[in-house]
Ligand binder design. Structure first.
Ligand SMILES: C[S@@+](CC[C@H](N)C(=O)[O-])C[C@H]1O[C@@H](n2cnc3c(N)ncnc32)[C@H](O)[C@@H]1O
Length: 458
């Protein structure tokens, strides 16, 4: 890095974090600040460029809402198709490449790959999100068959099925609206052909939240205002609109698309799953869960419960405990984890885990006292996935890893920088970091956090 680049980098750091300085003093934190970490990182890795390129990539999923196929679901935690296309271009990927997303979620990477005629692999642990992914990557169906199936559904028929018993359905839905939702569910369940049923299941899932008394922004909670706004015709209206959108988009992609590239999707755990040897991966474009309190199971419990992918709250817990960690995982699992030997030794992980210990003692009424283990487990989970990816990639293959940093108990955690170090432990060579978005900490709204793209190569 030249001295010119260096000074612009330092200037950007100052500007970016200027609002944090007073706050840091008022928190009374004597731990390392985001600026300190960035400077130390530069000293350790002088060859790795760190650029402030705010909004250059437009990471936000909101950009997908008008795009064919992407628009079928509203997955707030997803990233944008434009980011994926830009990265494909930067990495020089073409029709002979294979792209992997080990946290494929609603399938942005797979759908973009299909649009470009590129083979892709996607892994997603959540069985309900996997249903979405299955539908969004199945483009060979006849739109006429979806249309005819839609015509055969009868929502005037009384239903005998029950809502999921373990959920608070009475609070979540108005009784008249609930009856219609049950009718839609029963009609969808009765579609015999699984290759057709997947689109209707997806449409059904998208109806649940807007017809409930809940909102997701981004965490799920009750919305008092909605009780009066939802009306009894809404479920069928939304369902029909969604199926109409699916038909329209399938017609469009079939018109413009030549031969479809292979898209291999797996409902598996990326920490464990050995990617089959026949897919030698050229590039990874992905975004894992961040180290924070975002609970992918709790926030999608409506869809998971109604699709019967969980039969009890114990099933929710079991799924949550298997995922890359959020701070809602069970204490029992973490207690067992504590007994395990460390997977690797990294001074910054040791530093942040130690820094949280006094905070847990000092703070009254905090939810849990095991944050030091949670933080270690998060980076070890990520390490496990990175080792799997490393095994599946060809030498020279590149990775773009989108991740946000965190503030836990007023201890700042540079998740992007630590991820780069963990990637190095897993055998990758660090390339660069692009800071693309400003975020706000959930607990201290005025604290500036960032969202970065971490680049490394096999
Ligand atoms: C940030 S989201 C990815 C969103 C995706 N980029 C998109 O555009 O829809 C992270 C995803 O990782 C999944 N996940 C968490 N732990 C996992 C694991 N161990 N194996 C595979 N997927 C996992 C979550 O269910 C979630 O869908």
């Amino acid at each position: 890095m030249t001295s010119e680049q260096d000074s612009s980098f330092i200037g950007d750091v100052g500007r970016f974090y200027s609002g944090n300085t007073d706050l840091w003093t008022s928190i009374g934190s004597h731990f390392k600040t985001p600026e300190t970490y960035l400077h130390e990182f530069q000293l350790r890795y002088p060859e790795v460029s760190i650029r402030f390129e705010l909004k250059r990539r437009g990471l936000n999923f909101a950009n997908n809402k008008a795009r064919p196929v992407h628009r079928w679901t509203d997955y707030l935690e997803g990233f944008s198709d434009s980011f994926v296309y830009d990265t494909m271009d930067d990495f020089g990927l073409g029709k002979d490449s294979v792209i992997l997303d080990p946290f494929t979620g609603s399938g942005t990477v797979n759908v973009c790959s299909m649009m470009r005629g590129i083979e892709s692999v996607g892994i997603e642990i959540n069985p309900t999100i996997f249903r979405v992914l299955k539908a969004k990557t199945a483009w060979e169906i006849s739109p006429e068959e979806i249309r005819n199936t839609m015509k055969s559904l009868d929502f005037t028929k009384e239903t005998s099925i029950d809502p999921p018993v373990f959920m608070k359905t009475d609070r979540q839905f108005r009784p008249d609206v609930l009856q219609i939702i049950l009718r839609i569910k029963e009609q969808v369940q009765q579609i015999e052909r699984p290759d057709l049923r997947i689109y209707f299941e997806l449409a059904f899932m998208t109806v649940l939240l807007p017809c409930s008394n809940l909102k997701r922004s981004p965490s799920i909670g009750y919305d008092k205002k909605k009780e009066t706004a939802v009306h009894v015709r809404l479920p069928v209206e939304l369902f029909e609109t969604k199926v109409g959108q699916i038909i329209e988009d399938i017609e469009q992609v079939q018109r413009i698309q030549g031969e479809l590239p292979p898209c291999h999707i797996y409902n598996e755990d990326s920490m464990e799953f050995a990617i089959p040897a026949e897919h030698t991966v050229d590039a990874v474009i992905t975004s894992p869960p961040y180290l924070n309190s975002f609970d992918y199971v709790g926030n999608y419990k409506l869809e998971i419960g109604w699709m019967e992918d969980a039969q009890s709250t114990a099933d929710f817990r079991e799924l949550r405990d298997r995922m890359i960690l959020c701070d809602n995982v069970s204490r029992k699992m973490i207690q067992e984890y504590e007994e395990q030997p460390d997977l690797f030794d990294l001074d910054w992980v040791t530093y942040v885990t130690r820094a949280t210990r006094p905070r847990m003692r000092e703070r009254l009424g905090i939810r849990r006292k095991d944050y030091h283990i949670l933080i270690r487990k998060y980076f070890e989970d990520i390490y496990r996935v990175l080792c799997r990816i490393h095994d599946s990639m060809r030498p020279g293959g590149k990775v773009a890893w989108v991740v946000g940093d965190s503030l836990i108990l007023d201890v700042y955690i540079p998740t992007d920088l630590i991820t780069m170090m963990v990637a190095e432990k897993a055998g990758f060579r660090p390339m660069g970091i692009e800071i693309d978005r400003v975020r706000r900490s959930g607990i201290r709204r005025s604290f500036v956090l960032r969202e970065s793209i971490v680049y490394f190569t096999r």
